[in-house]
Design a protein around this ligand. Structure first.
Ligand code: SAH
Length: 367
């Protein structure tokens, strides 16, 4: 299956170097009497030159290469499965050393190379239509585990291609793991030694947790924020997104306004269209009222059915009518195409499927 002989994979208890910040890595080098500029050299090799093992870092002295190889691994996960869709979307199911499984996706869209990353193993939010949260949350991912997903997907690109966008829309609720998500995204945006992705091209998607949105605003977060709204009123939202019960749409709207006031980052609302649940003309009209006066973009996404769940995608007539009402209401709306339809590309789907059908083998073997 997966060939990882050249990769520095953590089979032993060695820590991953991805857990280090530039600062803590410099300290590690200085403590061992290596020059501190070596830290940046190593980080550039991993994040920019896509080197997979310390022993291949031939621009470093041999004793340092050996020392690094004895002390750290780079990757901690095993690629349990990889799927490729006809439209170029690729999805990885990664297995963590403790057995937890997470998903991440690479999308090719014109010149864009976007990755969708997970922030937790499972999810505690309990959105009724989503596969990720069906068994609750196991744990937060570390900064290194979040970065490792981006690096594994980056290594699937052609040498001349670069990652251009990150969306935190995989498994988990990023604002419930804010510290590690922000630490990982700092490396993603760093152009000196990191991935060099502009923060305008990095989106944090959330179910809408006002205290964490305020923390992001206080930290002058440079990232785009997407709120998974999915309903125009509290009664319906609480049915679809149960954590809404103790939050409420009004509190979320107020928090997003505070975020916008501080960061001037355009807000996006996500709305997954579910047949006969939130796809009526009345819902569209209520949405118009809710969003009309806001500097926001509405992303309408047709539901990607999850095997075993009773939810369905609306017909194209219903989707068109929904769209007409929003556009006539003056809403800045985008109807997103589903990508990766022929693979299990929606949040948590692949992991769920594999837990139910563990006998299925991997589709490709070159990752
Ligand atoms: N917890 C965060 C991020 C992860 S989910 C959040 O709620 O935003 C990313 C987005 O995918 C959310 O908008 C979520 O509601 C949506 N989603 C989950 N399952 C889906 C499915 N089967 N089809 C379409 N969208 C789905």
């Amino acid at each position: 299956m997966t060939t990882q002989s050249k990769e520095s994979v953590g089979k032993t208890e060695k820590p991953s170097i991805l857990e280090h910040t530039e600062h803590s890595l410099i300290r590690w080098f200085v403590d061992r009497e290596f020059p501190k500029y070596r830290a940046k050299q190593v980080l550039c090799a991993i994040y920019q030159r896509r080197v997979d093992s310390f022993l291949e870092m031939t621009d470093l002295p041999k004793d340092l290469r050996t020392k690094l190889d004895e002390s750290f691994c780079i990757f901690k996960t095993k690629t349990a499965e990889s799927q490729q869709s006809e439209d170029g979307t690729e999805k990885l199911l990664l297995e963590l050393p403790d057995g937890g499984r997470i998903e991440c996706v690479l999308r090719r869209d014109g010149p864009r190379r976007s990755v969708c990353l997970s922030s937790q193993v499972g999810c505690a939010m309990g959105c009724v239509f989503c596969a990720s949260g069906l068994d609750g949350v196991d744990r937060n991912l570390t900064r290194g585990e979040i970065l490792e997903q981006a690096l594994k997907l980056q290594r699937m690109l052609e040498p001349e291609e670069r990652l251009s966008h990150i969306v935190m829309m995989g498994m988990g609720e990023p604002l419930a793991n804010l510290r590690n998500v922000l630490d990982a995204l700092d490396v993603a945006r760093d152009s000196e030694y990191g991935l060099g992705i502009s923060p305008r091209r990095i989106t944090i998607s959330t179910v809408g947790l006002p205290p964490s949105i305020d923390k992001l605003a206080e930290a002058h977060s440079p990232f785009q924020l997407a709120i998974s709204l999915h309903a125009p009123n509290d009664e319906l939202r609480t049915r679809l997104v149960p954590v809404n019960k103790n939050i409420g749409i009004e509190a979320i709207m107020a928090a997003t306004e505070r975020y916008f006031a501080v960061t001037s980052r355009r807000l996006t609302f996500e709305y997954v269209l579910l047949k006969d649940l939130n796809d009526s003309p009345q819902c569209a009209e209520q949405l118009v009222k809710l969003l009309r006066r806001r500097t926001a973009m509405l992303n309408v996404i047709p539901y990607n059915p999850v095997p075993g769940l009773p939810y369905e995608t609306p017909s194209s007539e219903v989707i068109l009518e929904f769209r007409r009402i929003l556009m006539e209401g003056g809403i800045n709306v985008m109807f997103r195409q589903r990508k990766g339809n022929d693979i299990q590309a929606a949040c948590g789907q692949l992991r769920r499927l594999r837990e139910r059908e563990p006998q299925i083998v991997s589709l490709t073997s070159n990752v």
